[in-house]
Design a protein around this ligand. Structure first.
Ligand SMILES: *[C@@H]1O[C@H](CO)[C@@H](O)[C@H](O)[C@H]1NC(C)=O
Length: 290
């Protein structure tokens, strides 16, 4: 008989190697992994962030993903008033960015699952950190009107779109506010974020992109963002207006702490959803210069 701890160890090794989820697009940092070579099978960016010093978690610095920008001219294009698409996947090979899309499926890991996929003890294949779609915590994109990633900080990085019940399937669309102003000539820096709701280590995800707003007509800058706060069932308590990304469970730089249980009786876990006052939509916060 296999000892249960041996089995658990093997499972977590598999998890570490291939099973977490990131947002893939040619405008991402770390597309080729954390080396200068082309790697059609890269997955350095999918590592979760947990108890890291600031420079470790910020923009996925701990494994140098922030030092591998996309190819010259490759940007995540953000159409003002429209929407853009990324692929949520466990590995570059499971996206259309590799092998002409040979290994993709509707799901993040190239496999096939039932539409009503539900595992009460948590889905670990792929490692979606959820029991089913309705429990998926939500993901977001934020933008900083800085062209140099070294000038991006929590005070100038603003959440502008949220998609509830993700990650789930591979292809996800995010909606863009109509009044997003244009980026500087060198583009903007964007970041994708996800804080899973339990189902394993309570970690978080942040990954950088080079991005630019297309079709902009507004010139008003985005407002300075404030930290989100827990406000489930009490909308008056939510942070009003522009919000920062969620920074949680790191050694330093956290912007939220929670205690106790949520209304469903589960340990509170901050996420890009209504428990922190994030709506499933595009945001527009203009006025106060960032
Ligand atoms: C999703 O998972 C939650 C938590 O286990 C459960 O209460 C709910 O019934 C599930 N929903 C579906 C549609 O399977």
């Amino acid at each position: 008989m296999i000892h249960p701890s041996t089995l658990l160890g093997a499972l977590s090794l598999v998890g570490a190697a291939s099973a977490h989820v990131a947002a893939w697009h040619k405008g991402m940092y770390c597309l080729n992994g954390n080396t200068p070579n082309t790697d059609l099978n890269s997955y350095a960016i999918v590592s979760p962030l947990w108890q890291q010093p600031f420079n470790g978690w910020w923009m996925h610095g701990f494994n140098d993903c922030n030092k591998y920008p996309p190819a010259d001219g490759d940007f995540l294009e953000i159409p003002a008033g429209g929407s853009f698409q990324v692929e949520l996947a466990t590995n570059r090979a499971k996206t259309t960015l590799s092998y002409g899309g040979r290994d993709v499926s509707d799901w993040p890991d190239g496999q096939t699952y039932p539409e009503d996929y539900n595992v009460p003890s948590c889905i670990i294949s792929p490692n979606l950190h959820t029991q089913n779609q309705s429990q998926a915590a939500g993901t977001a994109f934020a933008i900083s009107y800085q062209s140099d990633i070294n000038n991006v900080n929590p005070e100038n990085l603003v959440v502008f779109t949220v998609r509830y019940n993700t990650p789930w399937k591979r292809v996800v669309h995010y909606d863009v506010p109509a009044a997003m102003p244009a980026c500087p000539p060198g583009g903007c820096i964007c970041a994708w974020g996800w804080v899973p709701n339990g189902c394993g280590e309570p970690n978080m995800y942040q990954q950088p992109f080079k991005c630019r707003v297309t079709g902009a007509t507004s010139t008003a800058p985005l407002a300075k963002p404030n930290a989100p706060v827990w406000c489930e069932g009490n909308p008056d308590a939510c942070t009003k207006g522009a919000k920062q990304m969620i920074y949680w469970h790191q050694l330093e730089g956290n912007n939220i702490d929670v205690a106790g249980y949520d209304l469903a009786g589960v340990l509170r876990s901050p996420a890009y959803n209504n428990k922190l006052g994030f709506n499933d939509e595009r945001y527009l916060f203009v006025g106060t210069p960032v």
